[in-house]
Each structure stands twice: as structure tokens, then as C-alpha cells.
Design a protein around this ligand. Structure first.
Ligand code: APR
Ligand code: PHB
Length: 394
């Protein structure tokens, strides 16, 4: 059995990018269909970072899904950098006038799903063989199989919000697509623990033994990471080993306040910087991880996706409500300018805060000199802070 559905925008991917886009477009009366190869439970179950820029909070407010965020999110006015135990606070609010909000991406996804379902969004979960087609035609389409049926969504535009492993980016002709990549020679081993965080703010630590990060999800649930080898395994990391290593890398002051306990959601993730250009081909637009990946050091993955979606939704809303195609025609150029700036910041902070196997004693001294510069120069600290709180949209 096969049938065709008509819509204005077909969104591939029901992660944060696809969900936020469908909500912002729905608020402007624009009809969408959202397709995902997984189901809601799987998508909500993915553990991701949890620091929201003010711009992302604004986007969620515009989407009408920020009530729980404002009730449960933790506003942060600063974070700490630590180098071999020496700690220094970056006062982002004093330096930029802005704060960030600690609120898990899982919660953002749940809030968006609740709102989309409440408004009757058409979802196709567990979709197989998803194929964007006729990208340069006036009415492109997306075909897929669902519950044994062959379905085709005929639309004006396709939004490729299907992440790094999605099909949308791969639908851009090889002679059009350019990709840029840096794979880091280490991974992050992350754990969750039902204990109060070691500090009320985040601590990013560079120690001779490797990077560590102390974060949180709430005042009772903490999230910690240590740098590990790319080929490492969680089987090599008992809780005792993890807590001992984390305490060493955070330094004695933090270690004295570290509340350990049985960890959960222990996992290892690789780090990469990746950008695909262009972010538009014909009537296909890429947004979020479908077009770019940042190392998690700068907590930019979700925030960069949200910024793409704000720029893309503005372009589509201008088209449908005013017949103005300026932002559609300039989408890729506009969004990539900001993507590259955020890639730069995430790469720079990752380079500063990690132990690189290939680093000579000179490079290690450069890392320490950068830290000392950041702790003594307001201009240097402000540059770091303005990237951390989020660059303005173009
Ligand atoms: N067909 C349909 N859906 C697909 C396909 C496909 N071929 N491939 C992937 N998907 C779906 C995935 O199941 C996932 O739900 O697309 C969605 C992509 O979601 P994300 O990977 O979360 O990407 P995005 O929505 O851009 O959010 C970026 O999520 O991964 C984190 O660190 C990242 O914080 C960042 C944020
Ligand atoms: C997290 O809480 O998971 C987190 C916070 C900040 C980062 C990365 C991850 O830079």
C-alpha cells in the first residue's frame, strides 16, 4: 500500500533541531510533517549536554516550551577553569551581562515533544529507507516506509534535521558538498550520579593526567567527565577508578567536596569538529548536527542547532507570510558564518583544556600561558565569556 501526503515543510529528524523547527513554524501557521527513524522514547533517552545559551532559552520561550525550564533550570553566572589544581572563575555575567542555564537536553526534547503532541503534530516514527527526492524541483518530496506502507511526503521545502548520521547531508551531490573535519585523539568518559555537584558552577580542568569536567543536571544530580583514550572501554573504569581519577584531575580543593556514589549512564564519546557546506541545496536546508559537529568542551552542540533553527525558521516564515525570499536565499551564507565562529571557539577551548598525546613540552607551556593570560587579562576573559554565553545571531 502506498500513499502521498502534502505539506509545506517536511522535517527529517525529531531531535532538538527538528522539534524546535516544527514548533516555531507551527506558531506561524506553517504546516509540517516530521519523520524520524526512531521513536520518541529512544530520542528522549539519548544523554546529551545541558548548558543553554540565553539565545536558546529565548528560542524555547518563543516556542512556548520554557515554563519547566524556568522552574527547574539552574541559572549560572560563571564557570571555573582549573590548571593542575589552580582554579580561576570566569564571571560571565560581569563580563558580558549574560548568564547561561543548566538544563538537560533530554528535558528540552521532552518539553518540545509534549508541546508538539499537544498541538497535534503529524509524526512518522520508526520510518525506514527515508529518501529526500527532487531537491531542486518546485515540489521536492521525501519517501519512506512506515508500518509496511510506502509513503511520500510532497512539500515545498525539506529541513534536514537528521543529525550527523542522517540521510539529508548525503543527499547533496558529491560535487556540491564540501566537508571539513578534525577528529580529536581522545574521548570523554561521562557518568551521572545522584549526588549534589562538587561545586555550584561548572569546573573545566586541564591536568597532566588529562581533562576533567564537573557539571550537573540539578542540585541533586551531577554529571562528570574525564578525558580517556579513544580506544578505551567503560569496562576499564570501575566507579572507584573513575572517582579517584576525577578527584586527582579536579585538584585537592574540589576533591575535598566531591560526593561520590554509584554511577549510571556511564559512556564514552569521541570528539570531533565537523562542518558541511553548503547548508542549502535546492529546496533542502540542513540544520543542527546534520550540518556540523562540535567537541562538547564548549557546550555548543544544542545551542548551535537552536541558532540554525532560529535562522531557518525566520527564513521560512518570511517566505510564507511576506513572500520575501531574502533570508531563504542567504540562509547558507548567514548560518555558516556563525557556525564557523562557534566551531573555532569549541576547537580553541578543546585545544586549551586537553592533554594531546602529540603535544611537545612547548605546546604544554603554551596551554599554561593561555590559562595565565585568561586569568590576568579582562580582555582575554571577556573574549572567552562572550563565546561561552553565545554569539549574537546575524
Ligand atoms: N531518517 C529519519 N530520521 C533520522 C535519520 C534518517 N535517515 N537519521 C537520523 N535520524 C534522526 C535521529 O533518529 C535523531 O532523532 O534524526 C534525529 C537527529 O537528532 P540529533 O542527532 O539529536 O541532532 P539535532 O536535532 O540536530 O540536535 C543536535 O543533539 O546530538 C546532539 O550534540 C548534539 O546537542 C546536539 C543536538
Ligand atoms: C554537561 O553537563 O553534560 C556538559 C556541560 C558543559 C559542557 C559539556 C557537557 O561543556
Amino acid at each position: 500500500m502506498s500513499h502521498t501526503i502534502e505539506t509545506q515543510v517536511c522535517i527529517i529528524g525529531a531531535g532538538p533541531s527538528g522539534l524546535l523547527l516544527s514548533q516555531l513554524l507551527a506558531n506561524a501557521g506553517i504546516d509540517t510533517v516530521v519523520i524520524d527513524r526512531k521513536d520518541r522514547a529512544y530520542i528522549e533517552g539519548r544523554i546529551r549536554a545541558g548548558v543553554l545559551e540565553q539565545g536558546t532559552v529565548t528560542a524555547l520561550e518563543e516556542a512556548g516550551v520554557a515554563d519547566r525550564l524556568h522552574r527547574e533550570g539552574l541559572p549560572h553566572s560563571g564557570f571555573e577553569l582549573a590548571f593542575d589544581g589552580d582554579r580561576h572563575r570566569i564571571d560571565i555575567e560581569a563580563l558580558t551581562g549574560k548568564t547561561v542555564t543548566v538544563y538537560g537536553q533530554t528535558e528540552v526534547t521532552k518539553d518540545l515533544f509534549d508541546k508538539r503532541h499537544a498541538e497535534g503534530q503529524v509524526f512518522y516514527f520508526n520510518a525506514d529507507s527515508v529518501r529526500p527526492q527532487d531537491l531542486t524541483a518546485d515540489r521536492p518530496s521525501v519517501s519512506f516506509t512506515h508500518d509496511g506502507a510506502e509513503i511520500t511526503v510532497s512539500c515545498d521545502y525539506i529541513a534536514g534535521c537528521d543529525g550527523y548520521h542522517g540521510v539529508s547531508r548525503q543527499s547533496i551531490p558529491a560535487d556540491v558538498l564540501k566537508t571539513f573535519e578534525r577528529v580529536y585523539p581522545f574521548g570523554w568518559l561521562g557518568v551521572m550520579v545522584e549526588r549534589p555537584p562538587v561545586s555550584h558552577e561548572l569546573i573545566y580542568a586541564n591536568h597532566a593526567r588529562g581533562f576533567a569536567l564537573a557539571s550537573m543536571r540539578s542540585e541533586r544530580r551531577s554529571r562528570y567527565y574525564v578525558q580517556c583514550d579513544l580506544d578505551d572501554s567503560i569496562d576499564n573504569w570501575s566507579d572507584d577508578r573513575f572517582w579517584e581519577e576525577l578527584a586527582l584531575r579536579l585538584g585537592p580543593d574540589a576533591a575535598a567536596h566531591l560526593q561520590t556514589g554509584p554511577s549510571f549512564e556511564k559512556s564514552i564519546a569521541p570528539l570531533r569538529s565537523f562542518v558541511a557546506e553548503p547548508m542549502r541545496h535546492g529546496n533542502l536546508f540542513l540544520a543542527g548536527d546534520a550540518a556540523h559537529i562540535v567537541p562538547p568542551t564548549g557546550a555548543k552542540g544544542l545551542n548551535l542547532a537552536a541558532a540554525d533553527v532560529r535562522i531557518l525558521s525566520r527564513a521560512l516564515i518570511e517566505h510564507y507570510t511576506k513572500g520575501n525570499d531574502h533570508h531563504i536565499d542567504t540562509y547558507s551564507e548567514t548560518v555558516l558564518k556563525r557556525v564557523w565562529k562557534v566551531e573555532r571557539f569549541s576547537w580553541q577551548l578543546s585545544t586549551l583544556m586537553h592533554q594531546f598525546p602529540e603535544n611537545s613540552p612547548f605546546e604544554k607551556r603554551m596551554q599554561r600561558a593561555e590559562f595565565d593570560y585568561l586569568t590576568t587579562s579582562e580582555a582575554a576573559a571577556r573574549s572567552l565569556a562572550e563565546n561561552y554565553v553565545g554569539l549574537p545571531l546575524e
